[in-house]
Design a protein around this ligand. Sequence first.
Ligand code: UD1
Length: 416
Amino acid sequence: MDSIRIQGGIALQGKVRIQGSKNASLPILAATLLVGERSFIRNCPRIADVHSMVSLLKSLGCSVCWQETGIAIDSSKVRRGEMPEDAVTGMRSSLCLLGALIGRCSEVVMEHPGGCVIGERPIDLHLYALGQMGVEFAEESGRLRAEASRLHGAYIRLPFPSVGATENVILAGVMAEGDTVLEGAALEPEILTLCRFLENCGACIEGVGTGRLVIRGGRRLYGTDFTVPADRIVAGTYLFGCMGAGGCVLLEQAPIEEMYAVMDLAVQMGGKVYTSPEGICVQAPVRPDPVRVSTKPYPGFPTDLQSVVLAVETVGRGCSYIEEGIFENRFRILGDLCKMGAQLRQRDSRNVTVRGVASLHGACVEAKELRGGAALVVAGLMAQGETFVRGCAYIYRGYENICRDFRELGARVTSV
Ligand code: UD1
């Protein structure tokens, strides 16, 4: 089931329920390590990255049990911070186990974290921030060893609001001796969700939702029952899917508060967007208006939706300019979109010009990373004829069932 077959050219209609958030679930699952008791996490998406995180937690000694409504995790037996090689290299988000494990075990051994193949993705900010808190790093037979004989609070200023580094500081900070002041913290909603989870467990974090966090360390944490919010990136993928393929869809339970930049862009593209207690409803124009978009840290337009906007604008009514402001090398779908008839010009590693054409045609294409892969599925929905997307394992890292979801909206999509 590594490929997806799409019979394109059908406008989307109907409603789809949005799965729980990947980027919120992963640090929360890591945070259950700090609790040392049983936690219950509801609405965790059943995606490959969550399964990898669960197997990592098990390998560290947690007992984990999937139930119909969520995952029960008991971390009371965790003693050692040594991570198995294969699980870590496959998922960059396992990097946030670093902060949690250092908080729990004082010593961690792990591979250099992997994740999507987007740019170099260094971890210098993580190392700098945890270093300020008393963590010492060393290389040991190609693996990274982190050790903190005394994890302590610190004043940390991040030069760039890295989501992962912010999460690591929070996770280590709640266990550290004394207070940690973090300036330049990322503002992404997933940070807020992680703080809410930890607060439910008994942690004290001030400034939640701002760029300056004060984490009061050393409190005892207790197990809790927590519900992960809906995934704003999955909701955005389906919203732009409708903008490209045409039609009108309701994204049930979409996290409206987190999606203003996304909804604004859809309106600039000529879409009609309505919100209600049920979620977000979008009605597509005949062809999208061209846009000029630049990805930025939250509350700016999210980098994780850049590829899908690019795909949609291939049939725009003019020239769009897309700037990737977060990652290098995040335009790996350009060649495949050109195979489908798109007219694209990459000006440099950060900028692409999209000249809209009347329509795309189906082709055999290959997913090379998670969000780019989802964007190719959207391109397939927009195209005339049949499209095969290969390499879909990337897509399943973040989407529970993208085929089922688009079928709910009337598309002809099957995994083969
Ligand atoms: C998280 C998200 C990812 C999203 C990204 C930006 C998760 C699991 N993943 O990734 O979906 O695309 O935020 O919103 O939540 N950087 C450094 N040094 C570091 C750390 C980061 O230079 O130590 C750079 C990265 O190379 C990148 C930028 O900072 O260019 C953003 O990275 P970061 O915010 O850390 O993203 P992630 O936490 O990896």
